[in-house]
Every structure is written in C-alpha cells, then in structure tokens.
Design a binder for this molecule. Structure first.
Ligand code: UD1
Length: 368
C-alpha cells in the first residue's frame, strides 16, 4: 500500500484562489495525498470569492472559517483562533499557504506552534517596504516555513540573506501562471466582458487600484485620481473597483470624480478579468499578481507603487514601476502609445507545471 500524508491547503482572499486551484487539481491526481481545503473567509462577497471557485472549478472547501473583515489584528487573530480549533478536529501533516495575505500568516503561525510542517508557495518575494502589510506577512511566513517554494531565482537570495537554509528552498515556478495558461483560451472563448462593456481590443486601458497606500487617505486618493486622469487623457479606462477602494472613495466624496474619468465597475470574476487584461492596450495597477500576469500576456503594465516584490516582471517582462507621481504615469502612457514594440521573455519555469512540481516534492518527502 502507498503511504499517504494529509495536506491542508489554505485559501482566504481573492489573490489566493488562482494559486490554490492548480495545487488542488495536481494533488487530486496523486494517491499519496489526503487533501483538505480550508477557506478562512477573509474575502466573502460572491465576486471576491465564490465566482473564482466556479470559474476555476475549485471544489467546495471542506471547512469555512468565516472570519470576515476587520483590522489586521482582529482579522489575523480570528483566523488563528478558528484554524487552531479546526486542527483539533482534523489534524494534518502539512499546512500549505500561498501568497502574502493575513490568512497566509495566521494559518502558518498556528501550524508551526502545533509542530505541523508549513509549506509556503510564493516564498522569498521582498519589496523591502515594511509599511506594506504584505511584506510583514511574507517575512514572517517564510521564517516559520519548512518548504519554501519560489517563483523566481532572486527569491532564494532573499531567503538565504534572512538565514533560511538552502535545503528548504525549492524553485518550482509560478502557480498563478499555471492557472493563467490553463484558462487563457477558455477566457477567449467564454468571456463576454468586452461586448458587455462595448470595448474593442487594444483600445482601452485596464486599471486596478486598492492598496491602502493609494486609497486610504484623501490625499492619496486624490493623487490616484490624478493618475487615472493622466491615463484617461489617452485611452478609455476600465476600473473594476475593489470594495475597500469603493468604500474609501465614497467616504472622501471622490467616487463621482473617478466615474467621470473611467468606466467604474464591480470586481470581475477570473475569466472576465483575464479577458480584460489579455485585450488591453496597457494596464495601470498597484497589484502584485497583475504584474506577473501582464508579463506572460505581453501587455504593458505600469505599476503605481514605489517598489515591487516581483523584480523579474521588470527585468524580463512588461512591467514598469512608475512611482507615485501622476505626471510619471502620463509620461509612461505617452511613451507606450508612441513607442515601438517590445518582446517580453517568459521567466524560467513559468510553464504551467509549477503546481505539479510542488505536489511531487511534498509527496516525495512526506510519503517516500
Ligand atoms: C487583501 C490583502 C491584499 C490583497 C487584497 C486583494 C492582506 C493584508 N491584504 O487586502 O494583499 O491584494 O486582499 O483583494 O491580507 N471587503 C468586502 N468584501 C470582501 C472582502 C473585503 O467588502 O469580500 C471590504 C471590507 O470593507 C474590508 C475591505 O474590503 O474591510 C478590505 O478587505 P481586507 O481583506 O481586509 O483587505 P484587502 O484590502 O482586500
């Protein structure tokens, strides 16, 4: 009989769902893995969560912790308390967490303190900006992890510099790109988003902005508005707005000003959003994952932040980190609209098979 081990996969917030999907699908094919999926409920709206489960054919979670929104402390504490209890009822050999959200850190901390092995997917990325909540989550999660699965070679240097032994680090590629590659053709076939919004391919810009540093104060939100204006001078702008941004812009009375410059819509599901990116002339964002997706799609990306934890999207891909001066957004848009074509290189191992590598490594160590 094959030896088996139990693997508990954590998903909590929107950027986690496209990362766990291929891991779950790969694990289902390996008989040594006894899989459980836990949804923390950090994100809970249909268009922030359930739509992704439907689009990506992720099975219903075995357990939903329903933690909901709150301050960082409250949210992380709720994740920890609920997940600790869940492990009483369902012990496991390995807890696998992805990305850098509060659910990632909360579940990693609970697991390590119970003597359970932790696997972190997307380990070693660093913006070197500790004002970002995600940077704290990344550093701490990596410190307590036993398996550190990385997406780019630079990540191993970051981890070794923080004292992580080399034998814990596994360069496997990018699970989010597994999902993109699997779904690009499906999105082209099924998504009706362009028709619904009367958009022509390459004649609009897609925009997402939700980082606290870009929307949480009135001054930051006004600066963000000016960046959108710079873009709207040149192209029609489509802005699927994250609920935190909607709430903040409403609070500052700025939502109508955004609507005057952009087609502001609700957040989109995975397939519609992929189609929106795939057909865009360019993208303006403060997201991490979108920098990677545009690199593979070959769509120019302007990152409205002062730094990136994903430098390979700049050295190999289509990403430019423009900083927070709206005038620089305007200049970069002009440059792209008038500039020549540029052929990005697909980063090493971003080949659609990262999740299989992860499951293979776990199975070979846990159930040899
Ligand atoms: C979280 C992640 C961030 C990620 C983002 C993607 C952390 C620290 N941050 O930030 O890295 O880029 O998700 O979406 O984990 N809300 C809803 N419905 C939902 C979820 C949230 O209305 O389904 C609203 C609530 O008002 C909530 C606010 O959005 O307070 C912020 O949600 P939260 O999960 O705390 O952080 P995000 O900004 O989404």
């Amino acid at each position: 009989m094959t030896r088996r081990f139990s693997l508990t996969v954590i998903a909590g917030a929107r950027p986690n769902f496209m990362k766990v999907a291929p891991i779950i699908h790969a694990a289902h094919k390996v008989s040594a893995v006894d899989l459980r999926l836990v949804h923390t409920g950090q994100h809970y709206d249909d268009h922030m969560s359930a739509q992704f489960f439907r689009d990506l054919q992720i099975p219903h979670p075995d357990l939903h912790l329903e933690v909901g929104s709150g301050s960082h402390a409250v949210q992380t504490a709720r994740v920890m308390t609920a997940f600790d209890k869940a492990l009483d009822d369902h012990p496991t050999d390995v807890v696998l967490v992805v990305g850098d959200v509060n659910s990632t850190l909360g579940c990693a901390l609970v697991a390590v303190k119970r003597g359970i092995q932790v696997a972190h997917v997307e380990a070693g990325l660093r913006s070197r900006d500790r004002r970002m909540p995600e940077e704290i989550n990344r550093i701490l999660t990596d410190q307590v992890s036993d398996y550190l699965f990385t997406t780019e070679r630079d990540a191993a240097d970051n981890l070794r510099a923080e004292g992580i032994p080399a034998d814990k680090i596994h360069f496997v590629g990018n699970v989010m790109i597994d999902t993109l590659m699997k779904n690009r053709a499906i999105a082209r076939e099924r998504s009706t988003v362009l028709a619904r919004l009367t958009l022509a391919p390459r004649e609009y810009a897609a925009c997402t902005l939700h980082r606290p540093s870009n929307v949480d104060t009135r001054a930051d939100a006004e600066r963000t508005l000016e960046a959108v204006r710079q873009l709207a001078n040149r192209l029609k702008v489509v802005l699927p707005l994250h609920p935190r941004s909607t709430a903040k812009l409403q609070e500052f009375g700025l939502l109508d000003a955004f609507r005057a410059r952009a087609t502001v819509i609700e957040p989109l599901g995975y397939l519609d959003f992929l189609s929106l990116l795939d057909n865009a002339r360019l993208v303006l964002t403060d997201s991490g994952g979108i920098q990677e997706e545009t690199t593979v799609l070959g769509v120019p990306c302007l990152t409205f932040r002062e730094n990136t934890e994903r430098p390979i999207t700049v050295t190999h891909g289509t990403n430019r980190v423009v900083g927070l001066d709206p005038a620089r957004v305007g200049a970069a848009v002009e440059d792209i609209m008038t500039g020549g074509e540029f052929t990005p290189r697909i980063p090493e191992l971003w080949d659609g098979h990262a999740a299989e590598r992860i499951v293979e490594i776990l199975a070979s160590r846990q159930a040899p």
